[in-house]
Structure formats: C-alpha cells, structure tokens
Design a protein around this ligand. Sequence first.
Ligand code: BTN
Length: 325
Amino acid sequence: VTTDAAILHALRHDPGGASGADLARRLGISRAAVWARIEALRELGYDIEASPHQGYQLLDSPDALHADDLIARQRRPQIIGRDIRVFQETTSTNDIIERFARDGVEEGVVVFAESQTQGRGRLGRKWVSPPGRGLWFSVLLRPQFPPAAATRITILAATAVARAVRELTGLRVEIKWPNDILARGRKLVGILTEMSAEPDRVRHVTLGIGVDVNVAASELPAALREVATSLLEETGRRWQRAEVAAALLEALDDDYARLRDGNFRAIADEWESQCATLGQNVVVEMGARRISGRAESLDDDGALLLRTQHGRLERIIGGDVLIEK
Ligand code: BTN
C-alpha cells in the first residue's frame, strides 16, 4: 500500500479527522512528509481541510479514478482488488489483463481505464465507452476448475454486480442471461468473460465489466439510445465513480470467496432470483443455430437449462437470448 492510499484510507475511515502527528506515527514518516502528500492529493482534486483542532479532514473527492483512492476505499479484499491499476487510455482493459496473465501476475488484479479506444462486447461487438463517464474495468482470475465450468464466473459477476448496484442505488435491476444487467429493460452493465484454457484446466479468466455510470442518453450513438441506459439516466443524479467501483469490487470479492469455498449453488440461487429470463419462453441464437424453449434454471456449471417443445433439456452456454412475449 502506498503512502497516499494509507492517508486516504485513514481520512475515509476517520471522518472526524486525523492529526498530522497521528498520521505520521501510523505511516512511519515525518509530519512534513504527511503534509507534502496532502498537498499532492489536493493537487489531484481531493478537498482536504486542515484545522488545528481536528487535523486533516476529507471533505470531497474528485470524480476521477485513482488507484490509491480505489485501494483506500476497500475494506479487506481477499483476492479481487488487492491490486488495482488505473490507465488513462487503453485499447481494452481486457487486453491489459491478458498481458498481465501471460506475465504471471497473481489473480485478483483489477485494471480500470478512463477511456478505451477498442472496447469490445460479446460476440465480436463494439462496446462504446465514453471517457470518464463509466467504469470500464477487468479482473484477472485463475479459478481452479475445468473449462466447462467457466460460465460460473459470468454468473458470479452478474450476481455480484446486480446486488451491488441494487444496494448502492436502490434501483430495481434484472439479470438477462447470461450476463446483462438491465434497468427498465435497458442495458446498464455488460460483462465479457474471456478465457485461456487447456482441455482440462482453466489457465486464466479475464473478466471485463462495463458500467454506464454518468453517461447521458445524448452521449450515446442513436442506435443505442433505445436499448442502453445509465445510473445517471435511471436515478437522475451523477454518481461518484470511485464509490460505485468500490461497491462493485467488494461484491465481486465476496462472491469469488463464495465460489472458492465451493458454494457456487448459493450464487446460482441468487442469480436465479434476479433473472428476468427464467420461466420465459426464449429463443437462443448461437451462430446459425436457433433453439427455442422455456428457460428453466442454471446447472452447477452455470449453463442455462432450456426445455424445448419436445420436452428435451438443452444446456446453453453461449449465444444471445431473445425473450418471446
Ligand atoms: C457485452 O455486453 O457485450 C459485454 C461488454 C463488456 C464491456 C467491458 S468494458 C471493460 C472491458 N473491456 C472491454 O473491452 N470490454 C469489457
């Protein structure tokens, strides 16, 4: 943990203020060094007040993503979020995680970008990521299971993100299989899981998540306006992205712990209770193949079980789901 992260952590968790002497002692640096870091944080836009009685108090934070601040906001990450990096611009945060994975970086590292020049969605689609308006991030995971179970990661991510958004904003959100989070039927969050695997072992999973936070409808291409939305559009107010990010990372870390503890069923049950697709008659398009049936449940690998009109149960692990009205 850097000095700045430690200072921000102390200021966030001591809303009553922390004295320079106190901070200096806790961080093992001089009071002058604390003051210099406070000045540097002010330069970054953190509004920190210094008063003789209460010491330093954090009054306001900028709506920019800083790794130190994101780390300072975390409680006690077990895996996801124990290392966080922020890039101003990248092709796609999934590309950076891929590189980290090949370099042998430990699982749990999270990469955010203020802007992506080649953000991508599922099935080769483009993901529009307006600079500074959303959370565009990816997580490196190295789960110990066979490739067939990798869908669990997608299910876990959708469950965690839906819960975090609901608890933080009070919005009623729904999951659309496999991994879209919708509000009033419009897409608020997209999730792209990419995997590198051997026949019987997952090498790593890159979990990419895009959340439209402060994106105004007018900033979206016309074609997306009817199908996409944002926290701003749904709640009528701007959100501090770092606050939203912290809530998301905490939920993801909690659910990754549930998965590692062998408790995928609890996640699947929560997913099923949030899912708009179950119980509906749907058509799944997988390339040229179309299967229709009633979406029944999730199996233990995270696949969707579809009951066809012939009564057969089909396992679905990809594709696009259309809900038949
Ligand atoms: C989809 O709904 O099709 C998935 C969209 C995933 C978008 C996120 S933004 C961060 C990460 N980097 C990318 O290029 N894509 C994912």
